[in-house]
Design a protein around this ligand. Structure first.
Ligand code: CAA
Length: 379
């Protein structure tokens, strides 16, 4: 398996790097400080084709492959991890599942707005009692007069305050356990849909994380995605793809922190020489570089498996686990190399360190990835 980029993948990497450096870097510290969702750069991500990067052109997407998409998230997160997760959630856990599992009518209705970035997407599965135990849903969906009525509260919904299209998991038949769950496409404008409180988070402060409250939320029967009773499988397949781009976010973020630490170690002088002359610093930089490259190769491998239509549940869990661990360990080292100033907001590494932690938690904790990996080993 080769990991040389194709010409198109390299062009996308260059284009996203230029966008991230010129348009995202100048606002990255400000949007973090003000907990501000970057409406203007998200709109630009639509204009340059990122919001529909793996969606065919017939639906106003860019028709790119998963490797290009992973590289795009990586390049965004290298500069600002909030931008990385905004794209990842919009693309992997809302837009793509509508493309891969939706009916022709659903695709026609929803994809052009999502793939062009005119509308933002989100995924509403987590509930107060259903985190790692994704099957423990309590949101109900009851059919009445040809429509479904959804009742329940979803929490920690990334893009929640700005998304207009949500993929929502709910219980249609409590007696059937996992086979009684169904996935729905829910619009923000449907009667009974409300955005609840916004979380005040430790990191990823420019991404919007909210509650979603569904009170007799009226959803047309044709908005079921997949079949009734197959919602858990829809959710698991969706997460298999989502974990590749979240892993790419971890790699990009780690790369950004690593570059900042490398540069600082060459500038900062102590005991009459740059601190990079010390073997202790050199060993840290070497460990960081190896960890990042190992995680990156796992991400590209998982993306390539998806592009080759091979089963990617195992490679995506491996990539997500290793990239999350790498993001946390690398950003901690980056702050250490900066010393006291690294603990202040004068340099971006404290932001990278705060942003990294959640990668070990969302889209399945490290422990859940190990359960998925062990499940494949032992089956
Ligand atoms: N693809 C298709 N089907 C799958 C599947 C997959 N990847 N994984 C499991 N299934 C199927 C199984 O085959 C099984 O089907 P049958 O009954 O027909 O055999 C069924 O689903 C149940 O499988 P399990 O017994 O393995 O299910 P489980 O209840 O033990 O749960 C789990 C498995 C892996 C722990 C799962 O609950 C899980 O992934 N939990 C983590 C949830 C998560 O990642 N949440 C993220 C929220 S979204 C988010 O974070 C977005 C963001 O903001 C960034």
């Amino acid at each position: 398996m080769s990991f040389n980029f194709t010409e198109e993948q390299q062009l996308i990497k260059n284009m996203v790097r230029e966008f991230a450096e010129n348009e995202v870097r100048p606002i990255a510290a400000e949007i973090d400080k003000n907990h501000r969702f970057p409406v203007e750069t998200v709109k630009r991500m639509g204009e340059i084709g990122l919001m529909g990067i793996t969606i065919p052109e017939e639906y106003e997407g860019s028709g790119g492959d998963t490797v290009s998409y992973a590289v795009a998230v990586e390049e965004l997160a290298r500069v600002c991890a909030s931008h990385g997760v905004i794209l990842s959630v919009h693309m992997s856990v809302c837009t793509y599942p509508i493309y891969s599992m939706g009916t022709p009518e659903q695709k026609k209705k929803y994809l052009p707005d999502l793939a062009s970035g005119r509308k933002i997407g989100a995924f509403a599965i987590t509930e107060p009692g259903a985190g790692s135990d994704a099957a423990g849903q309590t949101t109900t969906a009851v059919m009445r007069d040809g429509k479904y009525y959804l009742n329940g509260t979803k929490i920690f919904i990334t893009n929640g305050g700005y998304a207009e299209v949500f993929l929502v998991l709910a219980v249609t038949d409590a007696s059937k356990g996992l086979k009684g769950l169904t996935a729905f496409i829910v619009e923000k404008g449907f009667p009974g849909f409300k955005v609840g409180q916004t979380e005040d988070k430790m990191g990823l402060c420019a991404s919007s994380t909210t509650e979603i409250i569904l009170k007799d939320c009226e959803v047309p029967a044709e908005n079921v995605i997949g079949n009734v009773g197959e919602g858990f499988k829809v959710a698991m397949k969706t997460l298999d793809g989502g974990r590749i781009s979240i892993a790419a976010q971890g790699v990009g973020l780690a790369q950004g922190a690593f570059e900042a630490a490398t540069n600082y170690s060459k500038e900062r002088k102590q005991f009459g020489r740059p601190i990079s002359a010390n073997q202790g610093i050199q060993w840290m930089l070497a460990d960081m570089a190896v960890d990042i490259q190992a995680a990156r190769l796992l991400v590209y491998q998982a993306a390539q498996y998806k592009d080759l239509h091979l089963s990617y549940s195992l490679p995506s869990a491996m990539a997500k686990l290793r990239a999350a661990q790498t993001a946390v360990s690398t950003t901690i080292k980056a702050v250490q190399i900066h010393g006291g100033i690294g603990y202040t907001k004068s340099y971006p590494v404290e932001r990278y360190m705060r942003d990294a932690k959640v990668i070990e938690i969302y889209e399945g904790t490290n422990e859940i990835q190990k359960i998925v990996i062990a499940g494949h080993i032992l089956k």
